[in-house]
Design a protein around this ligand. Sequence first.
Ligand SMILES: Nc1ncnc2c1ncn2[C@@H]1O[C@H](COP(=O)(O)OP(=O)(O)OP(=O)(O)O)[C@@H](O)[C@H]1O
Ligand SMILES: [Mg+2]
Length: 307
Amino acid sequence: MIGIKDLKKSYGRHEALKGISFSIKEGEFYGLLGPNGAGKTTAISIMSSILKPDSGEVLINGNNIYSNPGETKKIIGVVPQEIALYNELSANENLMFWGGMYSVPERELKDRKNELLDLFGLTDRKNDKVANYSGGMKRRINIAAALLHRPRVLFMDEPTVGIDPQSRNLIFEVTEKLHHDGMTIIYTTHYMEEAERLCNRIGIIDKGQIIAEGTLEELKKNSPAKETIVVTFNNLDDQVAQRLFSSRKNSKRSGNTIYFYTSDLKKDLPPVITQCQEAGAEINQIEFQKVNLETIFLSLTGKQLRD
Ligand SMILES: Nc1ncnc2c1ncn2[C@@H]1O[C@H](COP(=O)(O)OP(=O)(O)OP(=O)(O)O)[C@@H](O)[C@H]1O
Ligand SMILES: [Mg+2]
């Protein structure tokens, strides 16, 4: 349904996208997972024809979105990372405005708007100014605005950042329902829990490149690290940490903790403990973690998703 080929985009001398390609099937829930500045917003803005790439191609339903923007715009909805609402207007008025922008006929718009206010639990507050809404309520209206014209494809750019857990859960539930009812969804996030919970397929993006792609099972199967040995020390000075790193490259430090990635826990555990003792570091605790998206990202890039 969606084909992205070799997209490149620079801002001045900074290459935000270095040639990304992937395809998304109809009805898929595709996640773009990556840290701040990875290029998620740039990619989603190009895919939803808000921004032009320097080169590359986006096909939606066989249409090149730049040569045929009208056709594409009818079937896509976009939830931008930055909330796009008028603070001085109510939720009701904002939705009427966005319905007009998406050319929803007026008689349909009223019912559709009420249906969405209900779906997002905002019917009671619909006449209050958006300025008086919580962050979570603004997010919910921001998503509702993108759904007024019943799009078949929905682009969501980090829709849960900085909101209360209740709004977050509601957004998950609504998004899962939309997907269940057949919508194709492209969802960016830097929370691995969200990608794991929601997405059928995940593209891991870093520094403008897709560094791994697949279902969660495929990503885990292909990961160089299968397990992590998490060693917390009573005290870890830089020199000792340095000594440990020089003996074991596949590791990452965070405060008094070092994460050792391994494809063979039984084989690697004894030498890791010996090396820690030889380096003069006093171990406080050892834990084991099964591979997850965070460890996959760490083992591929040496960074944490939320560094
Ligand atoms: N308008 C712009 N002008 C200059 N540089 C930009 C512009 N927009 C983005 N960038 C840079 O391009 C890179 C990719 O930005 P982008 O917003 O696509 O990343 P992101 O993955 O969405 O990050 P975040 O998680 O912070 O939203 C970043 O280094 C960013 O600073
Ligand atoms: Mg972004």
